[in-house]
Design a protein around this ligand. Structure first.
Ligand code: GLA
Length: 387
């Protein structure tokens, strides 16, 4: 699916930096179900996809980090000796943010030259940011001959995004980019970080439909939703003193205390609680290959995100509606943070080609936007690419 090979990237690196690099790549992701639950200590079910951010890297004699992006055709640099960089609202924040967090956690990095090539479409809900963070972290550690457990790396990359880039994302995206398993989704408990790989049934494909409406995660709405969940916890903990996160609330208790919550907060909480139950049910459905049940849960998840969490948009709703009408589709829903971006669809293999044609043309007719629709398989997490 990629548009570059390791050999191409190595050649470019040689021209730019005059050295032979090692090559790493980290995947983007789709989330099958469990949206906006990760930062509430809840459950998610992502799969890594075959779109990667690639990094070519070679160590340097000094302690500078020099980074060039093939996407932005720009370079940036920091000196690990002298400055602790400040975010500049620039693509290089993802790279330098990870370097800062690794160093703060006590990992002494060598200087390095890096060439970054991103294939994950930016701002489409497929986690291009986690892919660049994880690829950077993994590459910097390897270039410094350091090893960090993959789960630890995911946490440090999340910290880079939270505290450096300024988006208060949960752990899901960085986790799956580190720990993804080919052919599997992971069901992840975002509190304990225990996870279980679930094999994806061979008779269906994961089809991603990009609405081509861009979202801006770092911008207000995502952080507002997080704050609303925290407000829910604060208000409910007056009655439920043991409460640490929405994960700990039952639907029964939420209803019992609903009069004490503003309506919007009540709805946000209801989404999180119902979504957590759906992930557990969806994992059980997948384990016994009950795709109709899985599809129903995807549908309910979308409705809850649209009506209770209010993070969908007209284009996502339309894309789901078109998909659900199509024979051979088990389930469809928005995936990722929302406000645009992509839907994820479970489609019978033999219906994929017709689905692509039909949905693309109906969507274009209604919106005048040309969507990108592609089937993907679940990919492996971050790794070195050997030439
Ligand atoms: C973004 C964030 C994730 C998660 C999803 C919504 O992708 O990075 O941590 O919160 O939104 O499920």
């Amino acid at each position: 699916m990629g548009d570059i090979t390791a050999a191409d990237l190595a050649k470019k690196f040689q021209v730019l930096f005059g050295a032979t690099p090692k090559i790493y790549r980290a995947p983007g992701r789709v989330n099958l179900i469990g949206e906006h639950t990760d930062y509430n200590d809840g459950f998610v079910m992502p799969a890594a996809i075959e779109f990667y951010t690639w990094i070519a890297i070679a160590p340097r004699q000094d302690r500078k980090l020099l980074v060039h992006s093939t996407n932005f055709l720009e370079s940036a640099e920091i000196d690990l000796e002298s400055d602790e960089p400040r975010p500049r609202n620039h693509w290089s924040d993802y790279v330098f943010g990870v370097a800062v967090m690794l160093q703060r956690a006590g990992h002494h990095l060598r200087g390095a030259s890096l060439l970054v090539h991103g294939e994950v479409p930016i701002g489409s809900g497929l986690s291009s940011s986690a892919a660049i963070e994880v690829a950077t972290g993994f590459a910097l550690l390897e270039a410094s001959r350091l090893t960090v457990h993959r789960v630890e790396l995911a946490k440090l990359c999340q910290r880079a995004e939270n505290d450096f880039v300024g988006a208060r994302c949960g752990i899901m995206d960085q986790f799956i980019s580190c720990c993804g398993r080919a052919g599997h989704a992971l069901v992840l408990d975002c509190r304990s970080l225990d996870y279980r790989p679930l094999p994806l049934p061979g008779e269906v494909s994961l089809v991603i439909c990009n609405t081509m409406v861009k979202h801006e995660l770092a911008s207000g709405e995502y952080n507002t939703r997080r704050a609303e969940c925290e407000e829910g916890v604060r208000l409910l903990s007056r009655f439920l003193p043991q409460l640490r996160a929405l994960r700990d609330v039952s639907l029964q208790d939420l209803k019992k205390y609903s009069a004490h919550l503003p309506e919007a907060i009540f709805k946000r909480c209801r989404h999180v609680l119902s979504e957590n139950s759906r992930v557990t049910e969806a994992a059980a459905a997948l384990e016994c290959a009950d795709l109709s049940m899985f599809g129903r849960l995807m549908h309910d998840s979308h409705v809850s995100l649209r009506d209770d969490y209010q993070v969908s948009c007209a284009e996502l709703d339309l894309m789901v509606e078109l998909a659900e009408k199509f024979p051979g589709v088990f389930g469809a829903r928005m995936t990722g943070g929302g406000f645009g971006g992509c839907t994820i669809n479970m489609v019978a293999n033999e219906s994929v080609a017709e689905f692509q044609r039909h949905v693309a043309s109906a969507y274009e007719k209604s919106t005048s936007l040309v969507p990108r629709i592609f089937a993907t398989t679940a990919a492996e997490g971050v790794a070195e690419v050997l030439r």
